[in-house]
Design a protein around this ligand. Structure first.
Ligand code: ACO
Length: 335
């Protein structure tokens, strides 16, 4: 059986920075509230007309990941695109990236697992490589969430958290047995679907009903989150799924060189850090600068950690995510 490994990383963040002060001028919130409850100081939002879309940002991150992998786009055998905010309802965003990268034909598929989408993507890539079916796979996480945010008091809990951006990884066949992706552990629990959800458009509420100008009370086109319920489940599942990966690989928490949790909320990361008894240098956080970029948060943080020299050969890297579905997962990597 083959082994797989991350050989290139890239990220793209739109230029437009939206600070907590900017939000104070638009909705009923305060810098103090946002920093205290979430740790976020600023996030990036695309600007209408700046040419950015979920797919184009994903393609920009992918180009950088390919450059860093010293690989041409033609060598890619499969594109996995994780997002909750695709360019179009149909088709998925992976084919847009394929077109932008000028790859004539290769399979492309989208992963709709919200915050855990990138971990699901890496796990899927790893399996395709382990079976020998593919050699080089692009895994992208990209989100444009700023366009679907309820900028009224009703939506302020969500409005302050989410940001836009993209990250990408090239996952390739690894000839060495000494390093690479060790294992992935995936879960979901559909009974909690209503706690974190964006209900429309859907099969009962089609395009003809999308324009809700005549019905401003209809909030089903905006994401809804039961914050406390999500928080409680997130801290429980993060800890569980990280431990599951460690036990599977016969590792202890002190073996972790770097944990990159999905950047949902700084308080969630700090809670997990305390529960697992990890030092500050074992956990990577950048939510202060980018907010919660859902499927893009892990590849953006991973790229940044790599750029900062936080990953050395032989390091144990843990990726873990929890989000809508609920769905969650972890991946343990020997760098
Ligand atoms: N600004 C000011 N006040 C606000 C804001 C805001 N942006 N949002 C909510 N409030 C108010 C509420 O209306 C409430 O007021 P009230 O007491 O008068 O009723 C008060 O603040 C407290 O609200 P809570 O919802 O109880 O605040 P809480 O401490 O739970 O924090 C938060 C809310 C930050 C959303 C928290 O529940 C949380 O982080 N949950 C986890 C959510 C999360 O991480 N989601 C992302 C993971 S999943 C994914 O990435 C898709």
């Amino acid at each position: 059986m083959y082994n797989s490994k991350i050989v290139g990383l890239g990220k793209y963040l739109p230029d437009n920075i939206v600070t907590n002060k900017d939000l104070e001028n638009k909705i009923d919130t305060s810098n103090e509230w946002i920093v205290e409850r979430t740790g976020i100081k600023e996030r990036r939002h695309i600007v209408k007309g700046d040419g950015n879309t979920t797919a184009s940002m994903g393609a920009k991150a992918a180009k950088i990941a390919l450059e860093n992998a010293n690989m041409s786009a033609y060598e890619i055998d499969l594109i996995l695109f994780a997002t909750l905010s695709p360019d179009y309802y149909m088709p998925g965003s992976g084919v847009f990236v394929q077109n932008i990268l000028n790859i004539p034909t290769c399979p492309a598929m989208d992963i709709r697992n919200a915050c855990s989408g990138f971990v699901y993507g890496v796990a899927t890539a790893d399996q395709f490589i382990k079976t020998g079916m593919y050699k080089n796979i692009l895994v992208i996480g990209s989100e444009t969430q700023s366009g679907a945010i309820d900028m009224t008091t009703r939506g302020r809990d969500i409005a302050v958290i989410f940001g836009d951006g993209a990250g990408a990884a090239v996952v390739s066949r690894n000839e060495s047995k000494e390093s690479g992706i060790l294992s992935s552990h995936l879960h979901s629990q559909g009974e909690h679907v209503d706690s974190l959800v964006m209900k429309a458009p859907n099969t009962n509420k089609w395009v003809t009903e999308i324009v809700n100008e005549n019905n401003p009370e209809d909030s089903s086109y905006y994401p809804y989150m039961n914050g406390k319920m999500v928080f409680k489940n997130a801290v429980l599942r993060f800890e569980e799924v990280i431990n599951e990966g460690l036990i599977y690989n016969n590792l202890q928490t002190e073996d972790i060189d770097l944990l990159i949790p999905h950047q949902a909320n700084l308080r969630i990361s700090q809670f997990i850090q305390r529960k697992l008894n990890l030092r500050d240098d074992q956990v990577y956080n950048n939510i202060m600068r980018y907010g919660n970029t859902t499927a893009a948060s892990i590849p953006i943080a991973l790229t940044e950690a790599w750029e900062e020299g936080r990953l050395s050969e032989g390091n144990i890297l843990v990726l873990a995510a929890f989000g809508a579905g609920f769905s969650w997962g972890s991946t343990i990597i020997k760098w």
